[in-house]
Write a protein that binds this ligand. Structure first.
Ligand code: TXA
Ligand code: MG
Length: 330
C-alpha cells in the first residue's frame, strides 16, 4: 500500500472520509501527538488499528470528537466536576473516562465498560472530526512501544506501507499525549499524566487523585503497564544529581567505540564540553514539545542514549518524566 502525506485541504479531507467510511485508518494531527483514526462504531475498523500498530488487545483506545459533538451519546453519569473541567480545558489535551453508553464498538475499550473521550484543540484535528461527524477511535500513530509521533514524517517512518493517508498538520505543539482522567468516581483520578496537570485539575475542582499501578494489580488504564515511547537504541537514565556518573558512562563507552549521546536540559548541556548531546530545552513546555523529537533523533545518531533527568519536578514535568522513565526502561 502506498502511504501519502497530504496537507489538510477539502480534497484530502474528502479522501480521508472515504477511507474511514470504508473501514480504513487515517493518521491526523492533534496538539499532543499524531493519531491513527478509524470509525469507533465499526469493530473491524477498530481491530484493524490494533493490527496496524501491533498493539496489545487489552489496551483501550481514546474516542475523538469535534467541539460540537454531543458527548451524552457516548457517555453516561457525567459528574459535575467533569462538566467544570470540560468547560475549563476543552477543547484541549485532556481525555476523560466515563461509563460507556455502548454507542461505540466494544473493541474500542477492550470490554472495560467505560469510554475515554477527547476533544482535541488542533485546528486540523477539528476540521477532520467535523468533516466526518462521527466518533473516531485513535491511538497515537506509531508502531506499538515505539516513540509517539509529533510530525507527519514520524508517522511515515513508522507506518509507511501500512496506511493510505497521513493528514499533515505540521509539528505538534504539545509534544506528549493528553492527560487521561478517570471521571467515573467521586473525584477525578489521573491515569496518565500530561499537559493538563494535577495542579490545574485541583485548582479547578478542589481535588484530584493520581493512580499508581501496584505490582501484580490489574491496571485501571492498561496502557500504563507496557514498555513505551522507546527509541531503538540502548538507553540509560540518570537522576538530575547524577551528571558525573552519566558523563563517566559516556566517556567509558565512547572509548570502547560505542557512539553515545546525552539527552538533557539546556543548563546541563552547557556543562558537557564537546560531548554529543540532545537538548530538551529549558522550560517544561519546551521540554515536553521536544522530548519525542529528541528520542527519535537519538536512534539515528547513537547506539547508547544517556538521559539525565531534568531538575524540575511537578506540573508538566510529571508527564515528561513519566515518558522518559518508560522510554529508558530495559
Ligand atoms: O494525546 C493523546 O491522547 C493521543 C492523541 C492521538 O489524541 N492519543 C493517545 O492514545 O495517546 P494512546 O492509545 O496512545 O493512549 C491511550 C491511553 C492508554 O494509556 C489507554 O490505556 C488509556 O488511554 N485509555 C483509553 N481508554 C481507556 C479507558 N476506557 N479506561 C482507562 N484508560 C483508557
Ligand atoms: Mg500511544
Amino acid at each position: 500500500m502506498e502511504t501519502k502525506i497530504a496537507a489538510i485541504t477539502a480534497d484530502s479531507l474528502s479522501r480521508a472520509a472515504r477511507i474511514i467510511r470504508d473501514g480504513g485508518a487515517v493518521a491526523f494531527p492533534t496538539e499532543t501527538v499524531y493519531g491513527l483514526g478509524a470509525d469507533a462504531r465499526n469493530t473491524e475498523a477498530v481491530e484493524n488499528i490494533f493490527a496496524i500498530k501491533g498493539r496489545p488487545n487489552d489496551n483501550p483506545l481514546i474516542v475523538h470528537v469535534h467541539t460540537d459533538y454531543d458527548i451524552s451519546s457516548l457517555a453516561e453519569g457525567v459528574p459535575a466536576y467533569a462538566v467544570k473541567l470540560s468547560e475549563k480545558f476543552l477543547p484541549g489535551p485532556l481525555t476523560m473516562v466515563y461509563k460507556s453508553k455502548g454507542s461505540v464498538s466494544p473493541a474500542v475499550s477492550c470490554g472495560l465498560g467505560t469510554v475515554a473521550v477527547r476533544i482535541p484543540s488542533h485546528d486540523g484535528a477539528q476540521k477532520f472530526l467535523k468533516y466526518l461527524g462521527i466518533p473516531i477511535a485513535a491511538p497515537s500513530a506509531n508502531v506499538s512501544k515505539h516513540v509517539s509521533p509529533t510530525s507527519a514524517e514520524h508517522v511515515f517512518f513508522d507506518l509507511n506501507g501500512k496506511i493510505p493517508l497521513i493528514l499533515d498538520g505540521g509539528a505538534c505543539s504539545g509534544g506528549i499525549e493528553s492527560t487521561v482522567l478517570d471521571c467515573t468516581g467521586e473525584i477525578p483520578v489521573i491515569l496518565r499524566s500530561g499537559l493538563i496537570t494535577r495542579e490545574m485539575v485541583e485548582e479547578t475542582v478542589g481535588t484530584c487523585g493520581e493512580y499508581v499501578l501496584k505490582e501484580g494489580e490489574r491496571a485501571r488504564s492498561p496502557g500504563m503497564k507496557y514498555k513505551h515511547y522507546s527509541p531503538s537504541c540502548e538507553t540509560a537514565l540518570f537522576a538530575a544529581d547524577e551528571l558525573a556518573s552519566a558523563v563517566g558512562l559516556y566517556d567509558e563507552k565512547e572509548k570502547s567505540g560505542i557512539c553515545c549521546a546525552i539527552l538533557c536540559e539546556s543548563a546541563v548541556a552547557k556543562k558537557l564540553g564537546g560531548r554529543r548531546c540532545l537538548v530538551l530545552g529549558s522550560d517544561p513546555a519546551e521540554m515536553a514539545a521536544n522530548l519525542y523529537l529528541r528520542l527519535r533523533e537519538a536512534e539515528k545518531i547513537c547506539r547508547l542514549l544517556i538521559a539525565v533527568a531534568p531538575a524540575e519536578r511537578g506540573g508538566v514535568m510529571a508527564g515528561v518524566m513519566n515518558r522518559l522513565t518508560k522510554a529508558c526502561r530495559n
